[in-house]
Design a protein around this ligand. Structure first.
Ligand SMILES: Cc1cc2nc3c(=O)[nH]c(=O)nc-3n(C[C@H](O)[C@H](O)[C@H](O)COP(=O)(O)OP(=O)(O)OC[C@H]3O[C@@H](n4cnc5c(N)ncnc54)[C@H](O)[C@@H]3O)c2cc1C
Length: 287
């Protein structure tokens, strides 16, 4: 099923993300976690793509299992900055051959050691390629409520985002953020610039103290005082920290839905208990 149709037909949706294992040894554990999250019956699940594409086989296999064995609509990610056009074509074919109808088209982070391939500069080019290979594929793109780290001015980042949407993005998913006012301001600015596609806020439950530093390093997201205080209070008690993080994320989601932002994507980080906690808190609201 195409995600754009799910977003059109359901008033409120909740989706979860998993990431593939870095090594084949970790495959079974991720497969099990993905199956447990699928059993919660989210509206769809996304499967990320390892930076550089080294774990692309695992992305295809996990995504195919979710789609075909567990009957969960899948959004399979694909990055292009480290790939040739031929390799990208092979990946799109592998997704299609496995019945996957939705691709999250990303540039990927530029490798620290430098680029090995210059076929793609930006996600927009990947979106054009997917559209020209199969116009029926539903395409998602990434967006950044606090601005992308490489772009000094948010207005420029939003202009680039508009190009990405014009190339054929059917919806956008945001980078994580922890203060909803950031998202509301971003939505106001992009809508003003004529970006009309659905925007799915990406919610990251912070359930252990180390995650805060890691999340900030990865995303550059601002940590509000409310979250700093929560982590400070519960960091040394893992059970309390986990529950507080689930409740913080649930509270963020309820505020979003209350304000008409109805399609929520949760970075569930291969953790079925965290996905289940969010589902438990929201089941009545989203059904
Ligand atoms: C929801 C989400 C999911 C993600 N999933 C993955 C994943 O599975 N695997 C992974 O490796 N990474 C993933 N990432 C991280 C992502 O790959 C990085 O953030 C990457 O640095 C940018 O990717 P992009 O697709 O947003 O790039 P782009 O849209 O190409 O943007 C990258 C930068 O280039 C600028 N830009 C865009 N177009 C132009 C142009 N025409 N001229 C000049 N500048 C331009 C933008 O303003 C931005 O600063 C994800 C990020 C998000 C938000």
């Amino acid at each position: 099923m195409k995600i754009k149709d799910i977003l059109r037909d359901k008033e409120v949706t909740l989706s979860f993300e998993v990431f593939p294992p870095k090594t084949d040894a970790g495959y079974e554990a991720v497969e099990k976690a993905a199956a447990e999250i699928a059993a919660l019956k989210p509206d769809f699940m996304s499967v990320t793509y390892g930076a550089g594409g080294g774990t692309s086989k695992n992305t295809v296999n996990i995504a195919a299992d979710l789609q075909n064995k567990y009957n969960t609509p899948v959004l399979a990610h694909l990055t292009c900055v480290s790939s040739t056009k031929d390799y990208v074509k092979e990946m799109i074919k592998a997704y299609k051959d496995n019945g996957i109808e939705n691709i999250m088209a990303l540039r990927g982070d530029i490798p620290k050691e430098g680029r090995v391939c210059y076929d793609y500069d930006h996600a927009t080019e990947l979106i054009y390629d997917i559209k020209s290979l199969d116009p029926s594929i539903c395409i998602g793109g990434a967006c950044y409520p606090e601005g992308h780290v490489e772009c000094a001015r948010q207005s420029e980042d939003i202009e680039h985002l508009k190009g990405k949407v014009n190339a054929g993005c059917d919806f956008l998913t945001t980078q994580m953020f922890f203060d909803n006012s950031t998202l509301y301001q971003f939505l106001y600015r992009i809508r003003e610039k004529g970006i009309e596609v659905p925007v799915l806020p990406g919610i990251m439950p912070i359930t252990n103290a180390k995650q805060v530093a890691r999340s900030v390093a990865l995303s550059g997201s601002t940590i509000p005082q409310k979250m700093k205080v929560m982590v400070d209070r519960f960091a040394d008690d893992p059970e309390k920290m986990k529950e507080a993080g689930i409740i913080y994320a649930s509270d963020q989601i309820i505020d979003l839905i209350s304000n008409g932002v109805n399609h929520i994507h949760v970075y569930s980080m291969n953790k079925p208990d965290i996905a289940a906690g969010i589902m438990r808190n929201l089941a009545t609201i989203i059904r």
